[in-house]
Design a protein around this ligand. Structure first.
Ligand SMILES: *Cc1c(COP(=O)(O)O)cnc(C)c1O
Length: 360
């Protein structure tokens, strides 16, 4: 089925009419028309407000993974040290990605149902390994968890770690984010999660210190960030801009700002709380461990022992509910309700819970 009456996939999320409408213009060439540059600048300003940053934002054509790769390849040369803090599929995966480009990687990992809380252990790892970059995933989507970031920023500053790299693809827009206050040098985002825009756009908010390193590394490639340092000033982009995608991304960002950041975060929190309470009322078990921070954007639930995941998923879909399974070691054992962006809606969560009640 192409569309479901109860969409609860944790990205791509259901796209609202005003974002879809943003595509409906026969745009000219983004390389030539000053209106495109104005749109890029406006989109950057709107993203800065959502991300809590004054850093410039490189907005690229491509899905969320592009941001993850481009920030690694633009900053890290073979042999340089990356400390990967991992609590799930993406956290461990980023460590593997860094290793694949030749970095010397140390992974400080926790089980997939936990979030970071023992900052002494993190500090020891930083002091002993002296990484050039620390990588962390904000919302670990396959686990439904949210890693706290403020403490990490303080450690990064104390130990003069040059780069703090945060994958906030599945959190930003749904939870408070203080990129500058938390010392984040590379804040990675994508369009298809809480911004409620189709997949196709990604972005990296880049600190002045990170720009210096990017210039020094001078990585060349389709996914290179360096050309974005001067793209606006020179009105010269490294490839033909995707004007339609930029218009949609901006529409998604403007929706959040029109609602108000506080109101938007509160809506996510309400949907998440109702979702977790409803799951427990049904006698099901949440995946995150006791004491771990559950994400306001996605809830991960253990598949009940008595039912096979494929069968459960089929029952959900037959009743109009689309949820996500999970990945890696959690595949078949965990399913996930994405209440991010347009889907952070208590009424939608209630409908999903009613279908789940019937299916189990
Ligand atoms: C969605 C997501 C991405 C982008 O990757 P996909 O190809 O959409 O899975 C990156 N990081 C996280 C944590 C995500 O949830």
């Amino acid at each position: 089925m192409k569309t479901y009456p109860i969409p609860m996939i944790p990205g791509p999320v259901s796209v609202p009419a005003d974002v879809l409408a943003a595509y409906q213009t026969d745009f000219g060439s983004g390389d030539l028309e000053p209106e495109f540059l104005e749109l890029y600048n406006r989109t950057e300003a709107n993203l800065q407000a959502i991300l809590g940053t004054r850093n410039s934002v490189a907005i690229q054509t491509g899905e969320g993974m592009l941001a993850l790769w481009s920030a690694l390849k633009s900053c890290i040369r073979p042999g340089e040290r990356v400390l990967a803090l991992a609590t799930g599929v993406f956290g461990y995966g980023i460590g593997d990605m860094a290793r694949s480009i030749g970095a010397e990687v140390r992974t400080l990992g926790l089980p997939y149902d936990e979030t970071f809380h023992d900052w002494d252990a993190v500090e020891e790892a930083i002091a002993a390994f002296k990484p050039k970059m620390i990588t962390v995933v904000h919302c670990e989507t396959p686990s439904g968890t949210l890693n706290p970031l403020a403490e990490l920023g303080a450690l990064k500053r104390t130990h003069h770690v040059p780069l703090l790299y945060i994958d906030s693809v599945a959190a930003l827009g749904g939870v408070p984010l203080e990129t500058d206050a938390w010392g984040i040098d590379l804040l990675l985002g994508g369009s298809q999660k809480a911004l409620s825009v189709p997949p196709g756009m990604s972005f990296v908010a880049i600190s002045p210190a990170a720009w210096e390193i990017i210039a020094e590394v001078s990585y060349v490639g389709y996914d290179a960030l360096l050309p974005f340092r001067t793209a606006q000033q020179d009105f010269y982009f490294p490839y033909t801009p995707y004007w339609h995608g930029m218009a949609a991304l901006n529409a998604g960002a403007e929706r959040i700002l029109a609602e108000g950041l506080e109101a938007c975060f509160a809506r996510h929190e309400r949907a998440a709380q109702r979702c977790r309470a409803g799951i427990i009322e049904l006698g099901l078990e949440l995946f995150p461990a006791l004491g771990a921070v559950p994400s306001p954007t996605v809830t991960a639930v253990k598949v009940p022992e008595a039912i096979d995941w494929t069968e459960l998923d089929a029952r959900f879909r037959k009743a109009g509910l689309a949820v996500g399974g999970s990945y890696g070691p959690l595949a078949g054992k965990v399913f996930r309700l994405g209440h991010m962006g347009t889907q952070a809606d208590v009424a939608l969560v209630e409908r999903a819970l009613a279908v789940i009640a019937g299916a189990i």
